[in-house]
Design a protein around this ligand. Structure first.
Ligand SMILES: [Zn+2]
Length: 733
């Protein structure tokens, strides 16, 4: 205690503080705590107060401090300290001697089964008195006990101990207690002085080489030499709280004791998944050099968008890094390349997956990274709209093709033998086309959308298809491999143009009169050598035959027997003509030609010495010879071929029918009184001879006409009637 410091305190103290300080010194309230070269610490026991303020005097700096919390520059405690120290030095007393009258609180730990026990003692000189009650009780005088000076820390510790003031320390309070004891100078463990610290002794996860792979083992930090009841540990001379484990039960089972082995090929999972999860809770100490290196990367979502036919194919991918260094497949991390691996963040992954499912609003649980799914139709358009707003990265842009285009419009195109229906949708001023085959298939299947060439999906023109779809389908079915329409189909095509109010292409204009039954057929000029007068209906029949002939078509004249089919045929034949008739009527034909067309020369191809006369106007033969001499008769080119009693070729599989189909004629004509006796196929056969292609192939005819008509489909019956009408004429008696 220097004079200078004493004078400084004296002059800064208020008179009130100074007089109270004098009283404290008289009451022997000041006790030395410790004395060093530049610093003196004393305690001042104030009457009635439990806590003794601590005064520190700084000799070199002529400064002071008191922990009583006063706002005064010099409090009574600082003044008392100055007076007491000055008096002690003049009277040669020792304030710091062991015999000081005030005890201090000491803390005594002992090792007990199941943990640490604690006692508090009052240390006075060499004497230790066990404290069995509270500091408050002793200080107030309610309970007899040694005098002591308590610190704030002593009081806090008493609060922490609560009612459990002696004996084994409850597990829950030990960490707090060790923190508070760090401020207390007199702590012993079984008579050995120790210090305490709030710094926790932790766990560490060790990763070591192990039999070609790795071993992960959770162990206590090495510095803990001795632990007590899993709550505290002695590290050298310091008692520290043990970190409470934050491992899961499963992890404790896996990693404590001997730890867990991981094979070499599990290194990726170890560094990206298992170790990062542990590292969030305990330090990791890697004692192997063989682990792959890792980096901190955020997971990201990418969606690979592609097109599979008419379907939109979507593959969400969960990756780390940009560009990606790893991908998550079915919950496992797959490295992409040889670089460092990302540490997995499964919580962040989960958030991304939820966002994915939210933004694409599909079935929850269905949309998972690494799992491809495909959608088509309306759903594809919806998904494409959602992809457009997706917040992650898209790979590919093919989803832009999945949008709703305006309804399709149909237009016929072609005419001179070629034909197609053009379906198009106006997409921002550009026509996008749809294949007519696809449109009809979608219409039949009851679908509502068809894909467009160039992108987009358009709704079907359903009303239009209801009116014309079947006829369009017939025309498309009749189209030959070359894309050309058979000539027989052209009237049908022309009628469709008319029904659609589209102008007829020039090549179809000549067909006008054949298109409907009430049409005016131009009057034909009759042969000059004709020596017969025709009845009215016969004259109309001749006009009809000649109109077909001049337009390049064949004809099936199916008038009832006795209405004069022969005379009508004789008026319409032109050029070199072959007549095939049953043997029984062969000579009747010869007679009628001589009688009604005396200008024509005839030759009968019949008998063992038969030969073709190239100069005869009309060659007569039989169905038997057509079958036998097909090679000869089919090698010739005929201007007109007439099959009389044409039901003879009703079976398309018969040799005679097949021979008839092969005859080459500019004007094929079939005469019959009974075009259909049993099966509709008989009609097909005769029309296949006169107007090949009009009814398509046999199988096609069976499916589209014969079967539905057999089942009583009136619409199909009407369609067949309309189709053959221009080429078949039948009057009844
Ligand atoms: Zn004070």
């Amino acid at each position: 205690m220097t004079d200078e410091l004493f004078q400084s305190i004296r002059s800064a103290a208020s008179s009130h503080a100074w007089s109270r300080a004098v009283e404290l010194v008289r009451a022997d309230a000041v006790a030395g705590e410790r004395q060093e070269e530049n610093e003196i610490v004393v305690r001042v026991a104030t009457r009635g107060d439990l806590i003794s303020p601590t005064v520190t005097l700084f000799l070199d700096d002529e400064d002071w401090d008191c922990d009583c919390g006063t706002s005064e520059d010099v409090c009574e405690h600082v003044a008392a300290a100055a007076i007491a120290l000055r008096r002690a030095s003049s009277q040669r007393q020792d304030l710091f001697s062991r015999g000081a009258s005030h005890g201090r609180i000491g803390y005594r730990f002992s090792r007990e089964a199941g943990g640490l026990a604690l006692e508090r003692v009052v240390v006075t000189g060499d004497e230790e008195t066990l404290l069995t009650t509270t500091l408050v009780a002793v200080a107030s005088g309610r309970v007899e006990g040694p005098r002591f000076l308590a610190t704030r820390a002593d009081l806090s510790i008493e609060q922490t101990l609560g009612s459990k003031r002696r004996g084994r320390v409850p597990r829950g309070i030990l960490p707090t207690l060790l923190r508070q004891l760090a401020e207390c100078p007199d702590v012993k463990l079984d008579a050995e002085p120790v210090v305490t610290s709030a710094a926790e002794v932790g766990f560490v996860a060790l990763v070591e080489d192990d039999d070609g792979g790795f071993r992960v083992r959770v162990a206590r930090d090495d510095s803990a030499a001795e632990s007590f009841d899993n709550v505290a540990a002695l590290c050298g001379k310091t008692l520290r709280p043990l970190q409470t484990t934050r491992l899961t039960g499963r992890e404790i089972e896996d990693f404590t004791r001997n730890g867990k082995h991981f094979a070499a090929d599990e290194a990726v999972r170890l560094v990206t998944d298992i170790l990062p999860a542990l590292a969030e809770r305990i330090p990791i100490e890697v004692r192997t050099k063989r682990l792959p290196t890792t980096v901190r990367e955020q997971p990201r979502l990418e969606i690979e968008v592609s097109r599979n036919g008419e379907a939109l194919s979507v593959l969400p991918i969960l990756v780390y890094g940009d560009p990606p260094i790893a991908r998550i497949d079915a919950g496992r991390l797959t490295p992409l390349g040889d670089g460092p691996l990302p540490r997995r963040d499964e919580a962040a992954e989960e958030i991304l997956i939820r966002r994915l499912q939210h933004e694409l609003a599909l079935l929850p649980g269905r949309l998972l990274p690494g799992r491809r799914f495909e959608v088509s139709g309306e759903a594809a358009i919806t998904v494409a709209e959602q992809l457009e707003r997706f917040s992650g990265k898209l790979r590919g842009s093919v989803h832009k093709q999945f949008f709703r285009a305006p309804q399709l419009e149909a237009r016929l195109r072609g005419g001179d033998g070629r034909f197609d229906v053009v379906f198009s949708s106006d997409v921002d001023g550009t026509p996008h086309h749809a294949s007519s085959r696809r449109v009809l298939a979608a219409w039949r299947a009851g679908e509502s959308l068809v894909p467009l060439e160039g992108g987009g999906f358009a709704t079907l023109p359903t009303d239009w298809l209801t009116r014309f779809g079947d006829r369009i389908a017939d025309l498309l079915a009749a189209k030959q491999a070359t894309g050309d329409l058979p000539r027989a189909i052209l009237p049908e095509l022309a009628r469709l143009y008319q029904d659609l109010d589209q102008p007829l292409p020039p090549s179809l204009k000549g067909l006008g009169s054949l298109l409907d039954a009430d049409g005016e057929i131009p009057q034909a000029s009759l042969p000059e050598d004709l020596s017969a007068s025709l009845r009215g209906y016969q004259r109309r029949g001749v006009d009809w035959l000649c109109a077909l002939r001049d337009a390049g078509f064949g004809a099936l004249l199916a008038d009832d027997m006795g209405l004069g089919k022969t005379i009508q045929a004789l008026c319409a034949l032109r050029g070199r003509t072959l007549v095939v008739a049953p043997t029984s009527v062969l000579f009747n034909w010869r007679n009628e030609i001589e009688r009604f067309r005396p200008g024509l020369t005839t030759s009968t191809y019949h008998g063992p010495s038969r030969r073709l006369d190239p100069d005869a106007d009309v060659t007569l033969t039989t169905y038997a010879l057509l079958r036998i001499d097909a090679e000869i008769l089919c090698a010739e080119h005929w201007d007109t071929v007439i099959l009389d009693e044409a039901q003879k070729i009703k079976n398309p599989d018969s040799q005679v029918a097949r021979a008839a189909y092969r005859l080459q004629a500019d004007f094929p004509m079939a005469l019959t009184g009974t075009p259909v006796e049993n099966r509709l196929e008989e009609l097909w056969s005769q029309i296949h001879f006169t107007q090949r292609g009009l009814l398509g192939g046999r199988r096609d005819f069976n499916e589209r006409y014969e079967r539905p008509i057999g089942e009583g489909d009136a619409q199909v019956t009407a369609r067949l009637r309309a189709r053959i009408a221009p080429f078949v004429l039948r009057r009844l008696k």
